[in-house]
Design a binder for this molecule. Sequence first.
Ligand code: FES
Length: 242
Amino acid sequence: MYNAPPPAGRKLHSRAHDARAGEVRGWSGSKTRESELTVQNGVITDDEVDSSRRKFLTTATVATGAVGAAFALVPFVSSWQPSERARALGAPAELDLTKVEPGQMAIITWRKQQIYVVHRTPQMVETLAQHDGQLKDPKSENSVQPEYAKNEARSLKPEYLVLVGVCTHLGCLPKQRFQPGAAELGPSWPGGFFCPCHGSRFDMAGRVFQGSPASVNLVVPPYTIEGNKLIVGVDATEKGVA
Ligand code: FES
């Protein structure tokens, strides 16, 4: 854009000088804000005006965009929050162990699965050492359990057995057959679990007997015991119990 030279005899202030003064003067000599009028190389220009306005508009646009993006994210962030129902499904399941007499089994639900909790008698625990040769995975090397349950009793405490009550063959619910020599299982039956769907048999630690269609032992879930309280879904290792 063409800019007319300043009128003769009229001295323009240098920009540095004007910056120090905090103001510039227009042709009329009246004070005006720097954002409205600027002198460059002795020529009046409105470039600074555009630049300042551009900066302002850019900043305003970015700020507005950021606020808009933040509001737009709210519904998505909300949708990422687990619902109360989902939280409840993943919540630990507790059981007062004093309510389970020796020789009895309680069933609780954790993550929509039945959890078998057996209070084993000393006799039940003793039988566990007597039939390793008849088991598919006596040391539980190919089965699923927490490290603290990778032992003969497959448990944190020998008297309490905690299992996911789902057959490792095709997912039926194994039945308790704790009585040794139960009629349908023969006189040598030491006591344990029997799955009626296809005949898998498990001992009092959930270890599968040879000849069963199931290939691995029943699953032991993560759990811990605090006093007389069993908590399924909280790992004993994390609690420093194991
Ligand atoms: S589902 Fe249990 S034996 Fe097949």
